[in-house]
Design a protein around this ligand. Structure first.
Ligand code: B3K
Ligand code: ZN
Length: 893
């Protein structure tokens, strides 16, 4: 690894900025290889800072052309250009203007940070520290300035010129070039700066805010893709309305634009008034996007829009506070979707994602608190923990203070912190007294890593008609390892379920509102008026991001699945039944082959059959109930010495067993839900389609008999005849994974239909990357070298390699180490161009320490080989350092 791994940045060492920037005037003369950037920064010393030294501006990979102070060119000895910085030795004590001219080569920018070209479109990405690749600047989120941006470009290659705020002018210059001037009156940190310029087409829509202002919403894309932007523009308007109605927050700009780009490292970016998206989160029409794509577009467009208040108007003091904007904004977009679609289905989806991504991250070498306390490269901390656990922490806060107080707290937050760069403590202080013990206790959710576990046991006293429930909390592994002992505060939504469903009970004689608050290591709660021995349902609606350990029989789980009224709890009972069966199947007896039969299978089949017969149940819910937990989740439940082959076999056995038991009812239910209505991505149709496809998918998993053969025929018909991508992509998946004899034919057919649409072909790449067969490694290597992957576009690479590491554990963790070696090799190749992409892929190794010894040794060998490279980026080196600390590098597995 490189010697120059940067120093760790620590939260405890925060100091306020020594200089403030009041205004930034930028002038870009765009050129693919020689872009000139002129920045005029109006600077002054920060009266709150005690520092009186030189002015240090961040800068990376910049060619400095000239530097002037208040209009006079500076003598070379007045400043120093050093790696990562420009130092002005003796800045004036008064306000002054620094004129900086830099030259950039956007065409050579493969890291996709700063100014780069995507499909001929000039674009920027500045969060977290990309602005320093455009000009020298105090690149930190607590320096807020107004911006005026002038863009000059060739009229043919970049007729459309966009930036933040309002457009002041736009004209053709005497030399034929185009020039536009934009002004953003809202002070913002530089990470929210954006510029987009290219041959773009647009769709516009004018909306009136509730106070009567007119806002012009615009969607931009290359002309051949603009017709696919209608849904995103519509989602933007709905998000705007929702923020007005639910949070009382209005759009504060006259123009609000969204742009679709092909090459983008993340999903999207909330630049002020100019949100930029990975095109996969904007482009949609029925032939190319699935229902899931539509839902993702809706939620990502809303997420970026909601950042305008939670992130932009109120921003982060430093990058340790990232969850302040991300966790809160995820919470807001989750609520938006829950209210626009089925709340229970949304909650189940969010919990699934949290458990799959965040719980596994927290149980791995990459575990960190929602608010980390040190980092080398902040880009490595845009994680499931910061985003999704961050959202759960806000949800718990609402549960603890109550919905009304939460709404008042949010109003106070907007009033108190607007226009400022603040901390998690500032946020929490709007809900809880900062001096109170509860405040400090709640802060543990931000400061402590690991997933806590709640252990529950109960006793029923028939005579006294009472039930005593004892809850105990255990630290997550990370916290336990660091010797922490303070108890956390955990809201545990609880119900007692009897033969007729939820019981109306009291808590210590008073009415029970459904929420238990566990704020010490152990507590007992006495329920009164309990007419019969109950089944206790805990953590309903997933009220806290914890694991619950409670002894339950299969019969009790089946009863919960049938009688619970909370959708999440109902689904979770079925999920627990499935997981127990899968874990038992994977463990098997000594030497036994993995398999599932007998009681667990019967119980599950019975519960699912009852669900299929109940037409009052939301079809989207039934579809989720039919899903079998993924291999990574089963691995998590097993904990250690994981053998992915046994997990795969166990999962297959359960699907096969269920298909054999339910084959005919599955196809019959599918018939019942059949419909020939024209495609629309609305929630009702989406739910029905997801059920039909889940039924067919499970039926395809059967072996022998008429139903599996019929199911596979139907899948083929779908692939060929479907009038929408949801059904076609589902059919492709079924045929590729469940029907090897038609796999090649199915893939060829799909390629014939969609071969010239890279975004659609990502689905084709992804499904092949999940084939759990030995040939997949060689196929990935060949696909990576093919023309389709030549541009190394993040979307292509994620579809191919990311999917492989996350969704194909049996091949990624192959016993001979070929999967590990392949990914390590591709990470090394990618790292030279795009460290962010490389580091993300490398994180796919996170759980290697929980593999069985043979595979663990192979994983370690691959990571060790990677660590021998002298040229790794700081970002990838940091991830590798977590995965493979020096201390374990030379130890036996
Ligand atoms: N804030 C951006 C993510 C930026 C990632 C930088 N490496 C998107 C979002 O969360 O809305
Ligand atoms: Zn965000």
């Amino acid at each position: 690894m490189k010697d120059s791994v940067p120093q760790a940045v620590r939260l405890s060492e925060y100091t306020c900025p020594p200089f403030l920037v009041d205004h930034v005037a930028l002038r870009f003369e765009l050129d693919a290889t020689r872009t000139r950037v002129r920045a005029d920064l109006t600077l002054r010393r920060n009266p709150e800072s005690r520092e009186d030294g030189p002015l240090v501006l961040d800068g990376e990979g910049l060619a400095l052309v000239s530097l002037s102070l208040d209009g006079s060119v500076l003598a070379p000895d007045a400043y120093t250009v050093q790696p990562g910085a420009l130092v002005l030795h003796a800045p004036p004590a008064r306000r002054f203007t620094l004129g900086i001219e830099t030259r950039l080569d956007p065409s050579a920018n493969q890291a996709l940070m700063g100014l780069y070209l995507s499909d001929g479109v000039f674009c920027t990405q500045c969060e977290a520290e990309g602005f320093r690749r455009i000009t020298y600047f105090p690149d930190r989120p607590d320096v807020l300035a107004t911006y005026t941006t002038t863009i000059v470009a060739d009229a043919a290659t970049a007729p459309v010129l966009l930036s933040n705020g309002d457009r002041v002018s736009c004209e053709t210059l005497p030399d034929g070039r185009r020039r536009a001037v934009w002004h953003d009156p809202h002070p913002k940190p530089c990470y929210l700066f954006a510029l987009v310029a290219g041959p773009l087409a647009s769709r516009q829509k004018s909306v009136t805010t509730r106070s009567g202002r007119t806002v012009m919403l615009g969607a931009y894309a290359l002309p051949e893709r603009i017709d696919r932007c209608a849904y995103a523009l519509d989602a933007l308007e709905r998000a705007l309305r929702w923020d007005e109605a639910v949070y009382g927050r209005e759009c504060d700009l006259d123009v609000f634009n969204i742009v679709a780009l092909s090459d983008f490292n993340m999903g999207a970016m909330e630049n002020k008034g100019l949100n930029v998206f990975n095109e996969s989160f904007i482009l949609a029409d029925p032939e190319t996007a699935t229902d899931e794509d539509y839902a993702n577009i809706e939620s990502v467009v809303a997420h970026e829009y909601f950042h305008n208040w939670t992130g932009n108007r109120i921003t982060c003091r430093d990058w340790f506070q990232l969850c302040l904007k991300e966790g809160l904004t995820v919470f807001r977009d989750q609520e938006f979707t829950a209210q626009s679609r089925s709340g229970a289905v949304k909650r189940i989806g969010d919990v699934k994602r949290l458990r799959e991504l965040q719980f596994s991250e927290d149980a791995s070498a990459l575990s960190h608190p929602v608010r980390p306390e040190a980092y080398h490269e902040i880009s490595n901390f845009y994680t499931a923990t910061v985003y999704f656990k961050g959202a759960e922490v806000v949800r718990m806060l609402r549960a603890l203070v109550g919905a009304a107080a939460f709404a008042r707290g949010m109003d106070l937050y907007f009033a108190r912190c607007d226009g400022r760069a603040v901390t998690v403590e500032d946020f929490l202080g709007c809900f809880l007294d900062p001096e109170s013990p509860r405040f400090a206790q709640f802060m543990l959710w931000y400061r402590r890593r690991g997933t806590p576990e709640i252990e529950a046991s109960g006793t029923y006293d028939r005579e006294a008609r009472s039930y005593v429930l004892t809850l105990r909390q255990r630290m997550g592994d990370g916290a336990a390892a660091s010797g922490e002992t303070d108890a956390m505060i955990v809201p545990v939504a609880t119900a007692l379920i009897g033969g007729a469903g939820e019981m109306a009970v009291g808590l210590d004689g008073a009415p029970f509102d459904g929420l238990l608050v566990l704020d010490r290591a152990e507590a007992s709660f006495r329920f009164t008026d309990v007419p019969e021995a109950p089944i206790v349902s805990l953590n309903r609606d997933f009220s806290a991001p914890v694991k619950v350990a409670v002894a339950r029989t299969d019969a009790e789980l089946a009863a919960l699945a049938a009688r619970e009224t909370d959708g999440f709890a109902r689904w979770d009972a079925l999920h627990a039944l499935k997981t127990a069966a899968l874990v038992a199947g994977a463990r098997g007896g000594e030497g036994a082959a993995p398999g599932i039969a007998g009681t667990p299978l019967n119980g599950l089949a019975f519960a699912l059959e009852a669900l299929l017969a109940d037409e009052a149940v939301d079809p989207a819910f039934t579809a989720l109930a039919l899903e079998i937990p993924g291999e990574a989740e089963i691995a998590q439940a097993i904990g250690g010495d994981v053998d992915p082959d046994r997990i795969l076999a166990s999962r297959r056995a359960l699907r096969r067993g269920l298909a054999a038991r339910l084959g005919a009812p599955l196809l019959a239910a599918r018939e019942r839900w059949a419909s020939d209505e024209p495609y629309a991505p609305d929630p009702a149709q989406t739910g029905r389609r997801s059920l039909r496809n889940a039924l067919l998918d499970l039926a395809c998993a059967g072996e022998g008999g008429p139903e599996p053969a019929r199911a596979r025929e139907l899948a083929w018909e779908h692939l060929v005849r479907a009038d929408n991508m949801t059904d076609r992509a589902a059919a492709l998946r079924m045929l590729v994974l469940e029907c090897p004899e038609r796999r090649a034919e199915a893939l060829a057919r799909f390629e014939t239909l969609h071969g010239d649409d890279p975004l659609v072909m990502d689905k084709w790449l992804a499904v092949q990357a999940t084939i759990p067969e030995a040939e997949t490694v060689a196929w990935i290597r060949a696909a990576f070298a093919s023309a389709r992957l030549a541009s190394r576009s993040p979307n292509r690479v994620h579809a191919l390699v990311g999917t492989f590491t996350v969704q194909n554990p049996s091949q990624f963790h192959r016993l001979d180490g070929a999967g590990h070696a392949l990914v390590a090799e591709l990470v090394a190749e990618l790292d030279g161009r795009n460290p962010m992409l490389a580091s993300r892929l490398l994180a796919g190794f996170a759980s290697w320490g929980r593999l069985e010894p043979g595979r663990r040794a192979r994983a370690r060998a691959a990571l060790c080989a990677l660590s021998q490279r002298a040229d790794l980026s700081a970002q990838t080196a940091e991830t590798l350092g977590h995965l493979l600390p020096e201390s374990v590098r030379d130890r036996d597995p």
